[in-house]
Design a protein around this ligand. Sequence first.
Ligand SMILES: Cc1cc2nc3c(=O)[nH]c(=O)nc-3n(C[C@H](O)[C@H](O)[C@H](O)COP(=O)(O)OP(=O)(O)OC[C@H]3O[C@@H](n4cnc5c(N)ncnc54)[C@H](O)[C@@H]3O)c2cc1C
Length: 397
Amino acid sequence: MKKNQFKSLKQDIKSFLKKDIYGLEKKVFNNGWHASLNDLEKTRDKVKSLGYWIPQIPKKYGGMGLNLIEFGQLSAILGASPIGLYLFNCQAPDAGNMEVLIEFGTTYQKDTFLKPLLAGKIRSCFSMTEPTFAGSNPVYMGTTAVKKDNSYILNGNKWFTSSAEGASFAIVMAITNPDVENKYLRASQIIVPCNSKGFQLVRKIPVMGDKGEGYFSHSEIKYNNVKVLTKNLIGEEGSGFRIAQSRLGHGRVHHCMRWIGICERSFNMMCERAAKRELTPGKFLGEKQLIQKMIAERRAEINAAKLMVLDTANKIDKFGSKDSKIEISIIKFYCANVLKRVVDDAVQIHGGLGMSDDIILSHFYRHERAARIYDGADEVHISSVAKGILSNYGLKI
Ligand SMILES: Cc1cc2nc3c(=O)[nH]c(=O)nc-3n(C[C@H](O)[C@H](O)[C@H](O)COP(=O)(O)OP(=O)(O)OC[C@H]3O[C@@H](n4cnc5c(N)ncnc54)[C@H](O)[C@@H]3O)c2cc1C
């Protein structure tokens, strides 16, 4: 997209956020996800009519065809509201599932699952992590998919399957080839319709006291002899990790830029509060040097994080995810920690109000702590960055 055109698009979307999204966000949090579906749909229709629908998707699939660096900047605007990306149909986990189906899906899979997903008629989820196996070791899992005639029979227990409640299908990571020597070639990604017999949503997992609803929930799921046709296998048998790897670069840039949106909104709130909260008549919180330190340091970190992510997106656009591995890991742990500090300081500056659910900060605090855990815990990324760097110095770990 041309520079000027993109600049005005960003401006338009910022105005849309203020005019159409923040008010709706309040409604969703007051009334719940299910009770807000009609309002959410109406706003999605408006997004479609304005031509902003699925901005990250190529034009031939009905999207805006933005590249990663452009979409990243949009994510940073929309991410300021928990419903922002959803309204444009570019929210996780659907955005990742769309990418996978576009790249690896068969005609049948595109017609049956991708098309309604792109149209916003259905939602989906991604089911990989299991309660009894360390998610940080992705080759370690108990869920199996055994081939029988033209079907797979799935058995296993997953949890933290985000947005499963109300989703139409799950992409499930399951072991199909347990005897293959290379442990990275044992698992496959299989599409499981959520109305399949044996698909059991056991519970919504409360996250720091909040079970959530619909899109805003994380579920434990049991796959009890779930039978799906072999045509629901994505790619080849044993290619589950290769497919997962292929989506990680984009997925991490999407998350990081969304977090930057949260940082900007929280930062703005903390500055407003510091400038307006009187400690004594005529004396404002922001006059205190300890508060100024928070403001200056957090601003510097947000600026650094933003530039780092855009630089990584640029590298991925030019050279692909494989050659950007170190940068992708660096932005993942760096941004997650900037997010943690910004939201924490914003809560601190708001005092008791910051802990209340009267303002959005408590939602961010509760739900975004997980940023340091999902998509690879901090420690995993930190180790892999150090290993990658040291290997250039001849130390193979
Ligand atoms: C809100 C939320 C949403 C999620 N959504 C999804 C989803 O949609 N689909 C899905 O499949 N999963 C999802 N997950 C699961 C997430 O991907 C896993 O929690 C994550 O991969 C970590 O796995 P684990 O919880 O089993 O922790 P473990 O692997 O047991 O790790 C626990 C801790 O050990 C430490 N650790 C791990 N490895 C190392 C290491 N090599 N060196 C040093 N320390 C280490 C880290 O501090 C880590 O946090 C979600 C999780 C959360 C919290």
